[in-house]
Design a protein around this ligand. Structure first.
Ligand SMILES: *Cc1c(COP(=O)(O)O)cnc(C)c1O
Length: 394
C-alpha cells in the first residue's frame, strides 16, 4: 500500500496495528513440536538448557526459569527473604506486578517517584522514602531503558539493601557496557508475548548468588528440596522433603524449547526495534506536540516500548484525544502505566494517595506508547508515522 502525508481515511490499516506483538516462525513451531513428541513435557532437559543459554546471554552466573514474570518477581522476593512488614521501595511508573510481589510476601511497597525525562525511578526519591524497615529496592527499566544503576547500587550498598531489577522491559539492553541481567542482585524477566522473546507465559530470574538461585528453584516447586522428578528417578529414590512454603511456578519443557529458539533471534530483533525507534525519533523530532523521552548516552536501549509525551496544544488536543483518534484509525496505541499507587487496591490497603509521586502522576497524563515490535513492516512504520503526523494537524 502506498501512503501519503494526508492521513486520510484510506491510509488506515484494515486490522489494528498493535502496540506490541510476538513473532513466531516455523522453526519456533518445530522446536516446540519436537518436545511435544518427546518424553518430557515439563521440567525436563529444555528447562536447564534455556536457563544456561539465558544466563550466558546476560552475563549472569545463574538463571532460574519460572511460569511468568510475576512468578519471577515473587520468587525474587522470597529468595531475598522479604516478609511481614518489610518495606520495599518500588518505582511508581510500572505494571502492578512489580509492587504486588512485595504484598505476596506480606511486605509493604513504598512508591518512589521517577525522573521526568526518562520516567525511571529517581534515586533521590528512593533515599527520601527509606525508613528503618526498608529491605530492598525494585528498579524498573521502564520502556527498555536501564535505570541509573550506579546511583542505585551506591544507595543499596550504603544502606545494606538488596537491589532488584524488574527487567521485564529491558532484555538486551546494557548500562555502561554491562548487560541488563548482570546489574542487580536479582534481575527479573518476562516472556509474555509482548516482551522481547516469548514462551507464551514465562519468566526468568538471573543472579550471581548461588543461595538465591537455590532458594528460587525450591520455591518454584512447592518448596520441595529435590528439584525435579528426573533427579529422583536417577537416584532411585522416592524421598522428597518440603522445606519451605513454595508454589507450582514451574515452566514446561516445550515452553523452554520455544524460549531457546527465540533467544537466538534476540540480537536481530533488538536491531529491528532500535531501527524502528530511530525512524520514529527522526519523524517526530520537529513536531511540537510530541515530546520524546530522554535516552542517556551511556546505555543501550532495548525498546520494549516506544513512549512519547503528548504536549497539550491550545486547540485542546491532548493525550486523551490523541489516543482516541489513533485508535479510531486502527493504530493500537496504549498507555503504560497508570501509576501503581493510584490503583484502588493500593489506595484501600496501603492508603496511598494522589500527590504521593507527582512526577509520575503528571507523566501519566501525557504518555502514549506507539506500536513497537520486530515483526512491524516498513509499511506499518510509515502508516503509524503518517497517522500521528496527521493528528498533530487536527
Ligand atoms: C510484563 C511485566 C511484568 C509481568 O510479567 P508477566 O510475565 O506478565 O507475569 C512485570 N513487570 C513489568 C514491568 C512487566 O512489563
Amino acid at each position: 500500500m502506498e501512503t501519503d502525508d494526508s492521513g486520510n481515511e484510506e491510509d488506515c490499516p484494515i486490522v489494528m496495528i498493535p502496540y506490541g506483538k510476538q513473532l513466531i516462525e516455523d522453526d519456533d513451531i518445530d522446536a516446540v513440536t519436537e518436545v511435544l513428541r518427546s518424553d518430557w513435557l515439563t521440567t525436563g532437559p529444555k528447562v536447564a538448557e534455556f536457563e544456561e543459554a539465558f544466563a550466558r546471554q546476560v552475563g549472569a552466573k545463574y538463571a532460574v526459569a519460572v511460569s511468568s514474570g510475576t512468578a519471577a518477581l515473587h520468587a525474587a522476593m522470597f529468595s531475598a527473604r522479604i516478609s511481614l512488614d518489610d518495606e520495599v521501595i518500588v518505582s511508581s511508573m510500572t505494571f502492578a506486578a512489580s509492587a504486588n510481589c512485595v504484598v505476596f510476601q506480606g511486605g509493604k511497597p513504598i512508591f518512589a517517584d521517577i525522573t521526568p525525562d526518562t520516567l525511571l525511578i529517581d534515586p533521590k526519591d528512593v533515599e527520601k522514602k527509606m525508613t528503618g524497615k526498608t529491605k530492598a529496592i525494585i528498579a524498573v527499566d521502564y520502556a527498555g531503558h536501564p535505570c541509573d544503576y550506579d546511583a542505585l547500587k551506591e544507595i543499596a550498598n550504603r544502606n545494606n539493601l538488596l537491589l532488584v531489577a524488574d527487567a521485564c522491559h529491558s532484555l538486551g539492553a546494557s548500562y555502561k557496557g554491562l548487560p541488563v541481567g548482570s546489574l542487580a542482585d536479582l534481575n527479573v524477566f518476562s516472556f509474555h508475548p509482548v516482551k522481547h522473546i516469548t514462551t507464551g507465559e514465562g519468566g526468568m530470574i538471573t543472579t550471581n548468588n548461588e543461595e538465591y538461585a537455590n532458594r528460587m528453584r525450591i520455591f518454584r516447586n512447592h518448596g520441595i528440596n529435590m528439584n525435579d522428578q528426573r533427579q529422583r528417578i536417577a537416584q532411585g529414590s522416592w524421598l522428597y522433603e518440603m522445606v519451605e512454603l513454595g508454589y507450582n511456578y514451574r515452566i514446561t519443557d516445550f515452553q523452554c524449547a520455544l524460549g531457546i529458539n527465540q533467544l537466538r533471534k534476540l540480537p536481530r530483533w533488538l536491531e529491528r526495534r532500535r531501527k524502528i525507534a530511530g525512524q520514529y525519533d527522526l519523524a517526530f523530532s520537529g513536531i511540537k506536540a510530541i515530546g520524546p523521552l530522554s535516552v542517556k548516552p551511556d546505555i543501550e536501549h532495548a525498546y520494549h516500548l516506544y513512549v512519547v509525551k503528548i504536549i497539550k496544544n491550545d486547540r485542546g488536543m491532548d493525550r486523551g484525544t490523541f489516543f482516541k483518534e489513533l485508535r479510531s484509525r486502527n493504530i493500537g496505541v496504549n498507555v503504560h502505566y497508570i501509576p501503581v499507587h493510584l490503583h484502588p487496591f493500593y489506595r484501600e490497603r496501603f492508603g496511598t494517595v494522589t500527590g504521593l509521586c507527582p512526577v509520575a502522576e503528571n507523566a501519566y497524563e501525557q504518555i502514549l506508547s506507539l506500536p513497537m515490535y520486530p515483526a512491524m513492516s516498513d509499511e506499518d512504520i510509515n502508516v503509524v508515522i503518517d497517522t500521528v503526523r496527521s493528528i498533530t494537524l487536527l
